[in-house]
Design a protein around this ligand. Structure first.
Ligand code: KG4
Ligand code: ZN
Length: 351
């Protein structure tokens, strides 16, 4: 190859998408393959771990082969292999992590273990060229937290959900209305023609001076409302979707403001830019992007959200985090074990 920019292969398999991507040192995403398992999980209304692991086993090799082919990159041209090693469903993590380690061992190239949450946290830097530090809201099906991103590997959680993640609430509410899986995109679509003020759902954590959140009561309130209704008409579904999405937006916006208050106290540099990054699968929601963008503008924060296909799970974010770690010399040993639980605050450490 003429291009001697370093190339990193990223592999992501922590939930229900088998993903592979190649990112080059000059920050180009050369390929970004996602093999979705939505069809396999749809009938269950959520991800079934055992099905997910088997499916990753079937798909991971073709995801990597496609990522190499689409980037016109030969295996031997790779400079490192980065795999998501946690947090997530352990069966899928083992598949992606072992696949990455095997390639690294055969190619004699460094292996880099990536925390999935670090991938979500950093990807906006690739497309938006933002500097550290920044305030992050990472919100998906498995997590929902405000994080102060100080530098590569240095993260502190300022607040998080006390129960369900926001994406999980989207999925569960969608299941109650039989809207299929994943629920977020469908609820967003239905909400467009709904009345967001039709139902007054609870927003329990608003008014508190912390940035913790709660969505489990909201999900229960939607369930109780649905149980009171006989058959749901298309308009009922739209109104319920809009009222639910509106409530999530109000909670996230209020808590973003509280998170900014807390984050401001941790900043020691007066002149630093104020940047807020929204990441994770729920960040694909255009309504919520709008609400949070306004909340940030009110506080003089620049609002940044990755392209939609970089919000939901993908391997470009894993390859990019791998590239940053490779540049910093933070590579891992092949003995690194995948782990279901791995707080983002510990992502620098090789345990
Ligand atoms: O980051 P992600 O792909 O996987 C996890 O790490 O969980 O996030 C998936 C979550 C699901 O709960 C899905 O319903 C939600 O993100 N999601 C959305 C939208 N697109 C995906 N939620 C709301 N609106 C969307 N447009
Ligand atoms: Zn994710």
């Amino acid at each position: 190859m003429l291009n001697r920019e370093r190339l990193v292969l990223g592999i992501e398999s922590s939930c229900d998408d088998s993903c592979a991507s190649i990112v080059s040192e000059n920050g180009k995403i050369l390929s970004n393959v996602v093999i979705s398992q939505n069809k396999e999980h749809e009938i269950f209304g959520g991800v079934v771990p055992e099905i997910a692991s088997r499916s990753h086993l079937n798909n991971i090799e073709s995801a990597v082969a496609r990522a190499l082919a689409e980037a016109s990159v030969d295996l031997r041209d790779l400079d490192a292999v980065a795999s998501t090693c946690g947090p997530g469903l352990i069966g899928g993590l083992i598949v992606g992590c072992m696949f990455g380690k095997t390639l690294s061992s055969v190619l004699k190239k460094p292996f880099i273990a990536i925390n999935h949450l670090e991938g979500h946290a950093l990807i906006a830097k690739l497309t938006e060229k933002i500097d550290y530090p920044y305030l992050l809201l990472s919100v998906s099906g498995g997590h929902c937290q405000f994080v102060s991103v100080k530098s590569l590997g240095e993260y502190s959680v300022l607040g998080a959900t006390l129960d369900d993640a926001a994406g999980e609430a989207f999925d569960k509410v969608a299941k109650l209305m039989e809207l299929g899986f994943p629920g977020g995109p469908e609820i967003e679509k239905r909400a467009i023609s709904g009345d967001k003020f039709k139902y007054n759902f609870p927003k329990p954590t608003i008014g508190r001076k912390d940035c913790d959140m709660s969505f489990s009561g909201l999900k229960t309130a939607v369930r109780l409302q649905i149980e009171k209704m006989q058959n749901l008409s298309e308009q009922d579904i739209s109104d319920l979707s809009a009222s639910f999405q509106y409530t999530v937006g109000e909670v996230l916006a209020a808590k973003t403001s509280e998170a900014i208050n807390i984050y401001e106290k941790t900043l020691d540099r007066e002149a630093t830019d104020r940047v807020f990054v929204l990441a994770g699968g729920v960040a694909a929601n255009k309504y919520l992007r709008g609400i949070l963008s306004s909340a940030c503008t009110e506080r003089n924060y620049r609002f940044v959200a990755p392209d939609l296909n970089l919000c939901t799970d993908n391997a470009a974010m894993i390859a990019y985090a791998g590239l940053e770690r490779l540049k910093a010399g933070l590579i891992d040993d092949l003995s690194f074990a995948p782990r279901a639980r791995w707080p983002v605050e510990n992502s620098r450490k090789v345990l």
